[in-house]
Design a protein around this ligand. Sequence first.
Ligand code: NAP
Length: 307
Amino acid sequence: MSMAGKLMHAVQYGGYGRGAAGLKHVEVQVPSPSKGEVLIKFEAISLNQIDWKIQGGMVRPFLPRKFPFIPATDVSGEAGGGLAEYGVASEKLTVHRPPEVSAAECAGLPIAGLTAHMALTQSFGMKLDKSGPHKNILITAASGGVGQYAVQLAKLGNAHVTATCGARNVGFVKSLGADEVIDYRTPEGAALKSPSGKKYDAVVHCAPALPWSVFKQNLSTNGIVIDITPGPWAMWTSVMTKLTCSKKRMVPLLVEVKDENLRYLVELVRDGKLKTVIDSKFPLAKAEEAWAKSIEGHATGKIIVKP
Ligand SMILES: NC(=O)c1ccc[n+]([C@@H]2O[C@H](COP(=O)([O-])OP(=O)(O)OC[C@H]3O[C@@H](n4cnc5c(N)ncnc54)[C@H](OP(=O)(O)O)[C@@H]3O)[C@@H](O)[C@H]2O)c1
């Protein structure tokens, strides 16, 4: 059935800033797919910190390309358009959802799941079929959207996983498979010290910035830190560790959406090897509450919006 000319509910913002107060409920035309694109009826969308950081002007002037803008990237890894009943996406990047996997479980995968997967497999070179050598890995903010996937994927790769999170989530992060969990508000947690004295071969750093000295003392000889929110200091450290040929390195990461990796993650969920832990679900009519919750930064797992 053609949707051309039909109206849909969407949420958009008209300029930079204002957080949840800047969101507005509107009725707009259902978008028409261009060549190579498909029209998708959304069943679930997950929010990511990048969504409200774009609203805050973090990647100005590249995004948004124009106002008003319908935010939320986690429908196909595309830049925006998610907080609506329908959207268009590149056919190449669209992966079929098997009936065994719920829409909400799939909605977390494009940004958060792919970031965790890319950090471990591409940046660190880990094999998730347990065929590689045993490694010690630290995952910071393991209770968050990216961290929850990183813990589970690192365990699939047979790593010893140390994780940081707040005290209330220690049991939850252990249930994901982490071997050792430290509360980030304790001195040991702040210093990223493994309770059993392990040195880390890789750190998937999902928490706010920390000085290089904190990481360095905990790394094994060739240990790397994969920083998924690299600020100016992390970028500087990355350049310096490269220029000085340091064996311990800082590696910034920006997620790349690849359909084969997305398909792999969907299959892991279908096979019961990976789960999406859902923090909360909101109807599209209450999208601003979901937005505010994401900005607070205390989600356990993914925040989902359902049109
Ligand atoms: N480079 C990329 O392509 C890429 C892709 C995805 C995400 N990111 C970035 O990665 C970061 C994490 O994203 P996310 O979606 O996982 O965030 P999130 O889901 O909002 O993370 C929230 C969780 O982090 C925990 N947390 C906060 N500060 C912590 C700390 N210092 N130590 C340990 N845990 C802490 C919170 O625990 P409490 O509630 O107990 O405080 C909460 O459970 C964000 O900055 C995001 O922008 C980058």
